[in-house]
Design a protein around this ligand. Structure first.
Ligand SMILES: NC(=O)c1ccc[n+]([C@@H]2O[C@H](COP(=O)([O-])OP(=O)(O)OC[C@H]3O[C@@H](n4cnc5c(N)ncnc54)[C@H](OP(=O)(O)O)[C@@H]3O)[C@@H](O)[C@H]2O)c1
Length: 261
């Protein structure tokens, strides 16, 4: 049986990629594509012979869907969250850049509906997280650890949700608190780095889709673990597969790891 999927912010870069992925997928029925009424796509049929039109009737779209995928802005996700709870529609969140307060709202909503919160939906990045945990357990204590992430010039949040996730995975493995160990700016300190800090550097340039490199620097050698997204399809593929899985779960807060494992 096909899974009925709604796509929020369907006109965005990721929204469009999800639409492409969903339309081509034999196990998916694209039941709704939400966009703002001011957008030129509004009321137009979603491409390639789909029967679905772009709409902003979110309540109707959610009630007809088994899961909704959201890659938008934190404030837009939070507005959708309320409607998804009312409609009891599972929600896959790919949006990044949430405040602690917004994360608390997501956590509360997950008591009512299944929510998958994924700062990165690519299967490759999630495999990279496992490699990072392994590297941290082998050599993390003796290494100077640095995370370097690069994205396109229009990305709003920094550092990326993926860089923060990588930092948390490494810190958790080492029994550290990433928020206490992370260092984003050394311009004022004028001191050598401390052993247990985790440096995070951000590049914003051109049309870079998403690159993350983590250095484990020892005295005489460096291990570098790197993931480069070649295009947005890797995020859409993972999101759509995870959404099919999420539609069948009970209420709760899930990560990509729960889906992959
Ligand atoms: N989890 C992952 O693997 C992953 C991968 C890539 C990106 N992301 C994250 O996904 C999010 C979106 O990225 P993107 O590159 O697709 O961004 P984008 O191209 O800028 O798309 C943003 C979307 O949000 C919509 N939007 C903006 N303000 C709105 C409002 N007030 N009400 C309703 N809709 C609104 C836009 O609508 P209009 O078209 O009308 O402007 C557009 O559809 C970001 O947080 C990004 O970091 C996550």
């Amino acid at each position: 049986m096909k899974t009925a999927i709604a796509v929020n912010a369907a006109t965005g870069k990721m929204g469009q990629q999800i639409i492409d992925e969903a339309i081509d997928h034999t196990a998916i029925d694209l039941t709704a594509a939400f966009c703002r009424s001011a957008h030129p796509f509004y009321n137009k049929t979603v491409r390639r012979s789909s029967n679905t039109s772009y709409s902003n009737d979110i309540d109707k779209g959610l009630s007809e869907s088994q899961v909704v995928i959201d890659f938008s802005l934190p404030s837009v996700t939070v507005a959708l969250l309320e409607r998804a709870v009312l409609a009891k529609t599972p929600l896959l969140i790919g949006t990044t850049g949430f405040t602690e307060q917004q994360l608390t709202l997501i956590d509360s909503a997950s008591q009512v509906i299944p929510i998958l919160l994924a700062p990165n939906t690519s299967i490759g990045v999630n495999a990279t997280l496992s490699l990072l945990s392994k590297a941290a357990s082998l050599i993390g204590k003796e290494s100077n650890i640095e995370i370097i992430e690069s994205h396109h010039k229009n990305k709003l949040d920094a550092p990326s949700g993926t860089a923060i996730k990588m930092g948390n995975v490494i810190a958790d493995t080492l029994g550290l608190d990433f928020s206490e160990r992370s260092v984003y700016d050394r311009s004022e300190t004028n001191t050598p780095r401390s052993e247990s800090e985790i440096g995070v550097s951000v590049v914003r340039a051109g049309s870079i889709v998403g690159e993350h490199k983590v250095l484990f620097a020892l005295e005489n050698e460096i291990i570098s673990i790197e993931h480069k997204a070649q295009n947005r399809k890797c995020f859409a593929e993972g999101a759509v597969k995870a959404a099919i899985w999420l539609a069948k779960q009970n209420s709760g807060l899930y990560s990509m790891k729960d889906f992959i494992d």
